[in-house]
Write a protein that binds this ligand. Structure first.
Ligand code: MG
Length: 247
C-alpha cells in the first residue's frame, strides 16, 4: 500500500498547539515531494487562508477550507479557483443569521477572518464566558445553524458541511485516480471528527490527548509522546509509513 495524498488539519496538527509554524512543516513538504505524495490542508480556517497556503507554498495545489465548505485549486497560470460546496440559499441564510447574531449578542466576538469567509463564520470563543457560549449555541440551534468547535474557533454554517464531505467531494471531482485507501488524514481536535468517523486511515497527533475525552469518534491511530505532537507526529508517521511500505 502506498500513500498518494496526505490530508491534514492545520492548527495544532501542522502547527504546534501554540499556533507556531516551525521548520518541521517545511520538512513535511520536502519529504512528501521526494515521495511524490501530495499534501492537502483540510482546515476550519477561512477561504482567505487557503489563498495564502496556495500562494506561498508551491507544493500545495489544493486546499479544503472552512471545515470542508470550499475547495481551492491552483489553476492555470497560478490563478486560484474557488469551488464552494454549499448552495446559494444556505449562504444567504448564514449571512442573515450572522447579522441577527451580531444584533442579539453585540459582544460575541466574531473572528477577524470572518470577513474572508464564504461558507461559514467563526467566533473567538476564548474571549467568552461559558454561559455566553451556551446562549450563542442555543441561538444557532434555534436558527438551524450547525457549528463545531476547533482549538481556535467555534465555526458555524448553514447546510451540510464537514471535513469528510469536503474530502470526499475533492477526491470525486479533482482526484478520481486516487482511492480513499491511498490517503491518510491527520488531525487533533473535535472538528476533525467527521474524518475520524468516516475516513479509513486517520491519525491523531499526540496533542489530541487533551480532548480525547470529548470525542465521540476517535482516529484509528493515536500517536503518543511529546515527540509526536503536531507536525512532529505527522512527519514521524509519514516517514515510518513510507519506509515500511517502500517495497
Ligand atoms: Mg486542529
Amino acid at each position: 500500500m502506498t500513500l498518494k495524498i496526505v490530508f491534514s488539519d492545520f492548527d495544532g496538527t501542522l502547527t504546534l498547539e501554540n499556533r507556531q509554524l516551525t521548520s518541521t512543516f517545511f520538512d513535511i513538504l520536502s519529504h512528501l515531494r521526494e515521495h511524490e505524495q501530495e499534501l492537502v490542508i483540510v482546515s476550519g480556517r477561512s477561504l482567505s487562508w487557503g489563498h495564502f497556503f496556495l500562494t506561498h507554498f508551491n507544493e500545495l495545489n489544493y486546499a479544503i477550507m472552512e471545515g470542508g465548505g470550499v475547495i481551492l485549486k491552483r489553476g492555470k497560470g497560478g490563478f486560484i479557483e474557488e469551488y464552494p460546496l454549499v448552495a446559494e440559499g444556505e449562504l444567504q441564510h448564514l449571512a442573515d443569521t450572522t447579522e441577527e447574531l451580531k444584533r442579539i449578542f453585540p459582544n460575541c466576538p466574531l473572528s477577524v477572518d470572518s470577513y474572508g469567509r464564504k461558507t461559514d463564520r467563526a467566533i473567538e470563543f476564548e474571549l467568552m464566558q461559558d454561559e455566553e457560549i451556551n446562549q450563542v449555541i442555543q441561538f444557532l440551534n434555534s436558527r438551524k445553524i450547525s457549528y463545531s468547535k476547533s482549538n481556535v474557533h467555534i465555526n458555524f454554517w448553514s447546510g451540510e458541511i464537514s471535513k469528510f464531505l469536503g474530502v470526499k467531494k475533492f477526491l470525486e471531482d479533482f482526484r478520481p485516480d486516487v482511492a480513499m485507501e491511498h490517503s491518510v488524514f491527520f488531525g487533533d481536535a473535535p472538528n476533525d471528527q467527521s474524518m475520524f468517523e468516516l475516513f479509513e486511515h486517520s491519525v491523531g497527533v499526540s496533542n489530541i490527548k487533551h480532548c480525547l475525552h470529548r470525542l465521540t469518534h476517535k482516529p484509528s491511530i493515536i500517536l503518543e509522546g511529546e515527540e509526536n505532537a503536531g507536525p512532529f507526529g505527522v512527519l514521524n508517521y509519514v516517514k515510518k509509513f513510507n519506509l515500511s511500505h517502500s517495497n
